[in-house]
Design a protein around this ligand. Structure first.
Ligand code: NAP
Length: 260
């Protein structure tokens, strides 16, 4: 299947590691030009070099996305380099453990800044270009928005808001044929996941317990499987799909708990 992504300019936030890296690599394999936005220049350059060495095209922009000015810089750099933006993948985020009891008003707002505000800021600054291209936005959310997790109010609030914004932006952008969708992972082995699981007491038992409850094949979802759905949504092969929140989680969020 030709996804028609050749020479489309796609911004991927957090596109150097984990799920974002898999999205960057797969979209580049399909011919898209990737702009990786992330806070660590060395991480960005490593993935950019890997993509370029594999015959793709990529560019890194060092950006602390919690800062609105850095979000604007990402858009400005992409437009200066390529003159267009066809798609935005809002992916960067971290389950930062700002709990109701353990957190504070300041930490809660900082978590929203790091997990939510840049989804809006980048969409806002990219909008004229997305309209011109009849492009699209794919957000990466989390099942935490549906299930809760405990001790992570800022992250849960951000991911819940991202689901709401998916519908809100899809409606606002219908007149411009700009599509907006969200992909929801649940349990995907990435640097972020490894840090999180290792922060728990009895992390090995906890991991085994989580995996045993994933209905499809009792295994974690791979980053490539999240990337597959994301790249499909970026492509014209999903040209009549908008406002959708799609769970790529082996049935973890919704299927009957009694499945053995
Ligand atoms: P990851 O391995 O930590 O990769 C995320 C990348 O984004 C890292 O390079 C990180 O930089 C960067 N980043 C994060 N926040 C940033 C910010 N404010 N400014 C600039 N760069 C930032 O994470 P992941 O597991 O792939 O997660 C990607 C997305 O999937 C997140 O939105 C997460 O909520 C969602 N998700 C993941 C899972 C899972 O099981 N892994 C489950 C549900 C949802 P640093 O490494 O320097 O922090």
């Amino acid at each position: 299947m030709n996804l028609g992504l050749k020479d489309k300019v796609v911004i991927v936030t957090g596109g150097a590691k984990g799920i974002g890296e898999a999205i960057s690599r797969l979209a580049a394999e399909e011919g898209a030009i990737i702009v990786i936005a992330g806070r660590n220049e060395a991480d960005n350059e490593k993935t950019v070099t890997a993509i370029n060495n594999a015959g793709g095209k990529a560019l890194g922009v060092t950006a602390e996305l919690g800062k609105p000015g850095d979000c604007k810089k990402v858009i400005d750099v992409a437009v200066a380099a390529y003159g267009r933006i066809d798609a935005l993948v809002n992916n960067a985020g971290a389950n930062d453990g700002v709990g109701l009891e353990s957190g504070s008003p300041e930490k809660f707002m900082a978590s929203l800044q790091n997990n939510l505000s840049h989804y809006y800021n980048l969409a806002h600054y990219a909008l004229p270009y997305l309209k011109a291209a009849k492009g699209n936005i794919v957000n990466i959310g989390s099942k935490v928005a549906d299930t809760g997790q405990g001790n992570t109010s800022g992250y849960a609030a951000s991911k819940g808001a991202i689901n709401a914004l998916t519908r809100e932006w899809a409606v606002e952008l219908v007149p411009f044929s700009v599509r907006v969708n969200t992909v929801i992972p649940a349990e995907v082995w990435t640097p972020l996941y490894e840090t999180w699981i290792n922060s728990l007491p009895n992390s090995e038992e906890k991991l085994a317990s989580i995996v045993s409850k994933i209905p499809l094949e009792k295994r974690m979802t791979t980053s490539d499987e999240i990337a597959g759905m994301t790249v499909f949504l970026l492509s014209d092969r999903s040209a009549h799909t908008t406002g959708q929140i799609i769970y790529v989680d082996g049935g973890y969020t919704h299927l009957d708990r009694s499945i053995s």
